[in-house]
Design a protein around this ligand. Structure first.
Ligand code: ADP
Ligand code: LRH
Length: 435
């Protein structure tokens, strides 16, 4: 039996999970959960990364209270980073990717052909163009690598998350000389890959996992066939397919599909859909609970809007923005229904585009992440896609993190397909047929 601790920092909440793994069983125990979100300080939006680190330490203490743990793995949301000075001190709390500092940024020509990455204004490379602290910085660490550094004293850049910076050459899998030329020399640390050792914390090995939360989530998709699409559904819906190589065609670029690095050299070919952020912000503004509104939304009539309109990216009055887009005022239940109908249609479009652009056929859609608990959204997605949906695990990211650590420790063996069979055998899943 191998016991590992998975630290999973999502944009809306963080958790520390104990994963107990044998060759044919994996059990998850959540030992600590804490809220996360944007913090406005002065004019800028930040993350409270020091506060998150305190919660991580609490979680790790709880995880090792009754039994020792054999390994620790860390994942988080992508693209954001901390800058360190030459002594290794953090230069200011990291800026949140929803901050306005990259508004109006225009990507240089020819970029997609090098990095294969979708255009998002907040990709690390664009944030660095607007970064006032860059001249003082000696080291850049992405969020999971920063937590790992604080735990171990060792610096590195985990590959799957590094691909979200826009600075990795999609063909070579290395930092691109051309794209990193203007950065201070030595700013970017050496790459490490999921399964690699990443130092020790109080004698416990820290293991690199798919430190981009979406990469870990895709590991734990309980697919039984190659012909599957996934929706990693939380603050964002990350909608796509798994490929063995990138798609860099002009059509793929025009459809804003991304080729992000996956575990075991796979490509996560996907599109970002605005996701449950839309609901999170509505609930925050209303001061309301989700579940009663979802019950009402089941019989409400919604309007359809484009959830990927950049107007929805920053925090603020989401219900008014949605009403303005739809050109009418609505009850809360109608707003919720509009969000879910619009997300389901955006899921459908992304899955159709992924198939068309990559040539991969899909016969089942897997929804993982917190959104897999949203029965209405799962059914609406099945209906929109005309495909069966398998929902769960809700904690796929933490589970993918656990499985990659367990494999590195020798507790389980095999390919991603083998890990996925283990997930399918051991985790509760729910199936939805299209109506
Ligand atoms: P992230 O990792 O981006 O923070 P999660 O995967 O934790 O996101 O998903 C959070 C979302 O899951 C919430 O915003 C909420 O919409 C949805 N969710 C969580 N629990 C439930 C539930 N019981 N019923 C419906 N939706 C839920
Ligand atoms: C989801 C996620 C997504 C990125 C976004 C910044 O948490 O990592 O894959 O595009 O955050």
């Amino acid at each position: 039996m191998t016991v590992v601790a998975a630290v999973d920092l999502g944009a809306s909440s963080g958790r520390v999970v104990r994963g107990i793994v044998t060759a044919d069983e994996v059990r998850m125990e959540e030992v600590h959960r804490f809220p996360n979100g944007p913090v406005r300080r002065g004019d800028a939006l930040h993350w409270d990364v020091s506060g998150l680190y305190r919660e991580v330490l609490t979680g790790l203490r709880l995880a090792s209270r009754s039994h020792g743990i054999d390994s620790i793995g860390i994942d988080s949301w992508a693209v954001d980073y901390g800058l360190l000075d030459a002594r290794g001190e953090l230069l200011g709390e990291p800026v949140h990717y929803r901050d306005s500092r990259t508004d109006g940024i225009v990507p240089p020509e020819g970029l997609y052909e090098i990095n294969g990455l979708q255009f998002q204004p907040f990709n690390t490379m664009f944030q660095l163009m607007a970064e006032p602290l860059l001249p003082q910085a000696a080291h850049l660490l992405l969020i999971p690598d920063l937590i790992s550094y604080w735990l171990t004293g060792e610096r590195g850049a985990e590959y799957t998350n590094a691909t979200t910076t826009g600075l990795i050459d999609v063909r070579s899998g290395r930092w691109s000389d051309g794209l990193t030329r203007h950065l201070p020399p030595g700013l970017l640390p050496a790459l490490r890959h999921p399964g690699d050792p990443a130092g020790t914390h109080r004698g416990i090995p820290v293991t690199a996992v798919g430190s981009h939360d979406t990469a870990s989530a895709v590991v734990a998709v309980p697919a039984e066939t190659e012909r599957f699409a996934y929706i990693s559904c939380g603050t964002w819906s990350l909608v796509g397919v798994e490929l063995t190589g990138p798609v860099l065609t002009p059509e793929s670029k025009a459809a804003n599909f991304t080729n992000e690095g996956g575990v075991d050299g796979t490509v996560r070919y996907l599109r970002n859909v605005m996701g449950l952020w839309l609901l999170q912000e509505c609930l925050r503004v209303w001061g309301a609970e989700l579940e009663p509104l979802l019950r009402e939304a089941a019989t409400a009539t919604g309007a359809v809007f484009d959830p990927n309109d950049p107007v929805f990216l920053p925090p603020g009055d989401m219900p008014s923005r949605i009403e303005r887009w739809c050109g009418k005022s609505m009850t809360r239940a109608e707003v919720v229904r509009s969000v879910l109908d619009s997300l389901a249609l955006a899921h459908r479009d992304a899955i159709a585009d992924a198939q068309r652009l990559s040539g991969k056929e899909v016969e089942v859609v897997h929804i993982v992440g917190g959104g897999s608990r949203n029965e209405l959204l799962c059914q609406l997605t099945a209906d929109a896609c005309g495909l069966p949906v398998v929902a769960g695990p809700a904690e796929a990211t933490a589970l993918g993190n656990v499985l990659v650590q367990a494999r590195a420790a020798g507790a389980v063996r095999g390919t991603l397909a083998d890990l996925r069979k283990l997930v399918g055998r051991t985790q509760p899943l729910r199936r939805y047929q299209p109506r």
